[in-house]
Design a protein around this ligand. Sequence first.
Ligand SMILES: [Zn+2]
Length: 218
Amino acid sequence: MMKNIVDLSHPLESGMQTYPGDPHFHCTPAAELSRDGYNVQRLSMGSHSGTHVDAPYHFVLDGKKIDELPIDMFIGRAVVLDMSYKGAKGKIQWEDLAIFEDLMKPGNILLIRTDWSKYWGDKTYLDHPYLARAAAVEILKRGVKVIGVDTLSPDATAVNGGIWDFGVHQEVLGSGGIIAENLNNLAAIQEGEWMISLVPLRLAGCDGSPVRAFAWRA
Ligand SMILES: [Zn+2]
């Protein structure tokens, strides 16, 4: 049974990469076995740390918060679209995705595979391929509610003076959908039929949550 499960997460650890400007992740001792008789650790992190999901409230004032979304929204058939041929800052257009149109339907979780996860922790990770806003609109039109990426963001990450644009976030979250970011290991579920879980923590009032993303054979 276990050998049919694929971990799609990065580890949460001190010093790990975050979105530019986001809080850093720390897990530090609050009680220690040698002194207190037991271990308890204090967690400090942003809501978008590591492999995580974005709730509509991330970009929409009256959007649903992470604890207000039904669990079944985060579980579905995984559809991996291979865009790994795209290079640094490569734009993924609807023309690239249209051949997969039949797979875009309600309940399916659409995963855009770029293999940029191999640069996790490196500054190259910021130069990830990204989705065109118009392509997101076409995907949403076909009833998909959840889009996952193995990059920092489905939008381009502008650093060093680039123009910030959150068009894909605005379209997906604005339609009541969910975005999963910093997924790992998508190549492992390219072949065959897979189900995926992106179930978040039940963080009351939060705009996102880290997840232990994983897939299993359908
Ligand atoms: Zn996020």
